[in-house]
Design a protein. Sequence first.
Length: 172
Amino acid sequence: MVDDQRADLPPGTEAGALADRLKERIYATITMIAVVVGLSSGDVGSLGAVATVLTTALGLWLAAFVADQQAHRTVHRHLATGHELRRMLYVSSPLLSCAVGPTVLIALAALEVFPVHTALLVAAWVGVVSLFLWGCLGGLRMGGGALAAVAAGILDAVIGVAVALVKASAGH
């Protein structure tokens, strides 16, 4: 391979697992932006907000895990075990960790550091900033320079927000 920085290896490799894991993190971030934006538009308390955030993350993870196991079973004719199962759990774990930031912010709201509405909006903005930063990193890793990286970051953040708003308006 000419460029050791490139992660264009097949999905079964370590680089493939990292790419799949990042894909799940980005997907979970977009989904969590939609959830906290949706919650912020209503009248929700700390307990309801944290329950929604945690059940969303758990639901995302369970759906991904069931889909991965079903696909594996269909293609390979056996359940994933051992290394295959550990890879599935490793790749899907960002679907659970996406709830950490919003949960911490909602907990601060429960301690009356700021209102729940503020906590939810801050959680949404943190998600948008993370999409921007992942976009910038991707732009830099592709060798486009700082300006191209910032443009990629802005584009990724705008697309992520657009998708999150569509999901939030649809009630997801």
